[in-house]
Design a protein around this ligand. Structure first.
Ligand code: XMP
Ligand code: MG
Length: 180
């Protein structure tokens, strides 16, 4: 699997430092609240489980799964709700945890859903932000890294459901795609 990677963008150490920085800031900002931390599956799973370890506050977690990619490297534009939350979000302070914001469509869909369900506040923490990819307006409150407009894999992010278990974020060799 490591042989498929052309270059490492963010090493394990880079990611650990970003998690510490964001977790510490989040703990400070939410010290007087009990936020509901929502992990957007599947990509944000590693990031969420790491960042919450640096948050010494009371918090709850839940999971939601939406899909806009259907396996390739380009967004299709249609968002499908694959797995809903277990928690009632009415009146709650929500921290959405995302792996990457690209077109912004996923984030807009989720924010609209949470607003419709009467969340008290909604903030967004993303490991990576790709501002050059925006199609709809969407903004994260907490960002680990601003990434160039490349398709990235690892640390939760996939290409055709693989590479999520890489401990770093990298870019695939071109031949990995052209083989398909
Ligand atoms: P949008 O376009 O809705 O995208 O902002 C958000 C979701 O799309 C996926 N995504 C990626 N997945 N490498 C990936 O493995 C990428 O470079 C990439 N860019 C977007 C991701 O699931 C994200 O939550
Ligand atoms: Mg995702």
């Amino acid at each position: 699997m490591n042989n498929d990677i052309e270059k490492v963008l963010y090493s394990e150490e880079d990611i650990a430092a970003a998690c510490k920085r964001l977790g510490t800031q989040l703990a400070e900002d939410y010290h007087d609240k009990t936020p509901l931390i929502i992990c957007v599956l599947k990509g944000a799973i590693l990031f969420m489980t790491d960042v919450i370890r640096d948050m010494d506050i009371y918090a709850e977690i839940d999971f939601i799964d939406v899909s806009s990619y259907h396996g390739g490297t380009a967004s299709t534009g249609t968002i499908t709700l694959l797995k809903d939350l277990d928690t009632d979000v009415a009146g709650r302070d929500i921290l959405l945890v995302e792996d990457i914001i690209d077109t912004g469509r996923t984030l807009k869909y989720l924010e609209d859903l949470l607003r419709d369900r009467k969340a008290n506040s909604i903030k967004v923490c993303t490991l990576m932000d790709k501002p050059s990819g925006r199609v709809v307006e969407a903004k994260a409150d907490y960002v680990g890294f601003n990434v160039p407009s490349e398709f990235v894999v690892g640390y939760g992010l996939d290409y055709e459901e693989k590479y999520r278990n890489l401990p770093y974020v990298g870019v695939l060799k071109p031949e990995v795609y052209s083989d398909k």
